[in-house]
Write a protein that binds this ligand. Structure first.
Ligand code: AMP
Length: 178
C-alpha cells in the first residue's frame, strides 16, 4: 500500500506520554477504531501481503490484537484464536512467560485452539520489543502449527522487535514509527 494513503492513519494515532508508566510514549489507536473508513484502510493494509494465502487461523494477542485479528480472520476466511493474559481463558491452556516494554506478563492459549499442521498468521496492534509476539509464536509452535507470517498495525522500529520473529515468515507492519 502506498505510503501517502497511510497518512490519515498516521495522523489519527494519538501519542500519550508517560502511559501506563513514565517514559512510555503510548500509541492510542482508539481514534482509528472510531472511524470506519480509517479502520477499513488499516485492515486492508494489514491483510494485503497475505491475501492470496491459505490461512487456517489468525492468532490475535490480548487485547487490541483481538480487534485487528478478528477482522483480519474474517477477510481471510480463517478462524480466530485469542491469546490471552494469564487466567482469562476458561478451558485447558498452554502458557508462556515473557517481558514487555513495561513490566512482565504471561500469555495463554487453549490447548485445542490450533491443530498440528495448521497454517497461522499472527496479528497485533503494535510491535514494540517483540516479547509478546515471540511468546505467541512459542504457543503457536507448541501447538504444532506453522507460522506463515505476522502483521502489525504499528511497529516501533527502534526497539527492533522484528528480530524476535526473524526465523518465521514475513513480518509486516503498516506504520513504522522508527
Ligand atoms: P512488546 O512485547 O514489547 O512488543 O509489546 C507489544 C504489546 O504491548 C502490544 O500488545 C501492544 O499493544 C503493547 N504496547 C507496547 N508498547 C506500546 C506503546 N508504546 N503504545 C501502545 N501499546 C504498546
Amino acid at each position: 500500500m502506498q505510503a501517502n494513503l497511510l497518512e490519515p492513519l498516521r495522523i489519527a494515532i494519538r501519542d500519550v506520554p508517560d502511559f501506563p508508566q513514565k517514559g512510555i510514549l503510548f500509541k492510542d489507536i482508539t481514534p482509528v477504531l472510531a472511524d470506519p473508513h480509517l479502520m477499513k484502510l488499516a485492515i486492508d493494509g494489514m491483510v494485503e501481503p497475505f491475501a492470496g494465502l491459505k490461512i487456517d487461523k489468525v492468532v490475535g494477542i490480548d487485547a487490541r490484537g483481538f480487534i485487528f485479528g478478528s477482522m483480519i480472520a474474517q477477510r481471510l476466511n480463517a478462524g480466530f484464536v485469542p491469546v490471552r493474559k494469564k487466567g482469562k481463558l476458561p478451558w485447558k491452556t498452554i502458557g508462556v512467560d515473557y517481558s514487555l516494554e513495561y513490566g512482565t506478563n504471561r500469555v495463554e492459549m487453549h490447548v485445542d485452539a490450533i491443530q498440528p499442521g495448521e497454517k497461522v498468521l499472527l496479528a497485533d496492534d503494535l510491535l514494540a520489543t517483540g516479547g509478546t509476539a515471540a511468546a505467541a509464536l512459542h504457543l503457536i509452535l507448541q501447538a504444532g502449527a506453522e507460522l506463515l507470517g505476522s502483521t502489525f498495525f504499528i511497529e516501533l522500529g527502534f526497539l527492533k522487535g522484528r528480530t524476535q520473529l526473524d526465523s518465521t515468515g514475513p513480518v509486516h507492519s503498516l506504520l513504522n514509527f522508527g
